[in-house]
Design a protein around this ligand. Structure first.
Ligand code: DAK
Length: 261
């Protein structure tokens, strides 16, 4: 499918990269871009060979500087709610993508951009990246899940401070509070993210998908039920050829040749 606001490419077998591509507006998310992100996610979901997805922003200045303020400014209350629901739906789909998703954050990662990055599975950032939920500067609250995901990731007190003051944090502080997994020099960013995606792609594909499901679905369950979920997915692994191959390869001291089934 042809896109105007995003670029979807398969950079290596099984490794996809989705680039939000509105650099003149610092990759701000308008409704059309959200629709295209959703369509791109459908494409990745439909490929049984997909192993990992990288999400990034075009240009060297921004990942995504937020939801598109010029499009939002004249929304009615009902339209604003519909816009928030659209973003939440798309970000949920991203979170539920059956393969790991790495946010590759190359610059401003604000508002809806920070919410997009948090809906990915983890964040790799350049030293130049800046994170924040500055919506209160505009007289609104975060609307694409920011109040909820930020709280789950960094804890209530830190999230409360960031969403009520709009304070922006640089990459080093974002790592310190657990929002970002890795910070690397700007020119090493994509290589680092690709290396991580390659590592994921080299593992047992069914196990990776099931492990993501267990972590993702388990975090909102109590520990007992989450452990039942874990034992279910662990059991399911033993119905796969990958489990037989992975364990045979270990015992035969060779590299596993996983087939993803
Ligand atoms: N939307 C639209 N355009 C944007 C934008 C944005 N979020 N951010 C930047 N741009 C545009 C600028 O208007 C400018 O366009 P031109 O003037 O060249 O046409 C161009 O990108 C370059 O930006 P600057 O000239 O401002 O660049 P600077 O380097 O000087 O500053 C900046 C970079 C990132 C510090 C600055 O652009 C900035 O502060 N941007 C806004 C950041 C922000 O406030 N982000 C949060 C947006 S609000 C909800 C649903 C969703 C949300 C809330 C509620 N419901 C429906 C309830 C989410 C809201 C948000 O994300």
């Amino acid at each position: 499918m042809a896109y105007e606001n995003v670029i979807l490419e398969q950079v290596e077998p099984g490794i996809y990269r989705l680039t939000i591509n509105r650099p003149k507006a610092l990759n701000a998310l308008n409704a059309e871009t959200l629709d295209e992100i959703e369509a791109a996610l459908r494409e990745v979901e439909a490929d049984p060979g997909a192993r990992a997805l990288l999400v990034t922003g075009a240009g060297d200045k921004a990942f995504v500087a937020g939801a598109d303020i010029s499009q939002m400014r004249s929304l009615t209350a009902a339209e604003a709610k519909a816009f928030a629901l659209k973003g939440q739906k798309v970000f949920r789909r991203l979170e539920d993508l059956p393969v790991p998703v790495i946010a590759v954050v190359n610059g401003y990662c604000l508002g809806g951009g920070c919410e997009l990055a948090m809906a990915c599975d983890w964040i790799v950032a350049s030293e130049k990246a800046v994170f924040g939920q500055p919506e209160v500067n505009l007289g609104v609250t975060p609307g694409f899940g920011g109040t909820q995901r930020l709280t789950r990731i960094v804890g209530k007190a830190r999230a409360m401070e960031l969403v009520t003051t709009g304070r922006q944090v640089k990459a080093a502080e974002a790592k310190e509070i657990g929002l970002v997994n890795h910070v690397v020099p700007a020119d090493a960013l994509m290589d680092e993210a690709l290396a991580q995606a390659r590592t994921v792609a080299s593992k047992g594909p069914v196990a990776v998908r099931l492990a993501k499901e267990a972590v993702q679905r388990g975090q909102d369950l109590d520990l007992d039920n989450a452990c039942v979920l874990e034992s279910d997915v662990f059991g399911l692994c033993f119905a796969t050829e990958d489990q037989k191959e992975g364990m045979a390869a270990f015992l035969e001291k060779r590299k596993a040749a996983f087939q993803g089934r």
